[in-house]
Design a protein. Structure first.
Length: 123
């Protein structure tokens, strides 16, 4: 009796595992279809006349951002790593802001023996 229960439990677990695999494959195929659609939109937009270069670049970057996000989220499995991604993003913003602050702060104080320092002293 215990052996048949173990077999039925193993069979149910294998069946659930098979269902999980089918769901994952379906998800990847849908992302693949979305990427194909994005590529088709990219090719289509090549033939559409947009009056300004800025609009053309904006549309191209929008399409590329969506396609890149799909690849990063699903094929690189980053969609499951939200906490780590936000932590790295926060650290990046912190250090970028600090570097820009230091750069702006140093604009008022050029190093000695440079052209900016010589012109500042002679004025």
């Amino acid at each position: 009796m215990g052996d048949s229960h173990a077999q039925s439990t193993a069979h149910a677990a294998a069946h659930d595992h098979g269902h999980d695999i089918q769901a994952a494959v379906r998800k990847y195929l849908m992302v693949f279809g979305a990427l194909l659609l994005g590529t088709a939109v990219t090719v289509f937009m090549y033939y559409v006349y947009l009056p300004s270069v800025a609009a053309t670049v904006a549309v191209a970057l929008f399409i590329a951002t969506i396609k890149g996000s799909l690849v990063a989220c699903y094929f690189m499995h980053l969609i499951d790593e939200r906490k780590m991604i936000y932590s790295v993003l926060l650290a990046t913003v912190f250090f970028f802001t600090g570097m820009m602050g230091l750069t702006l702060w140093s604009l008022k104080d050029p190093p000695s023996q440079t052209i900016e320092h010589v012109f500042k002293v002679t004025k």
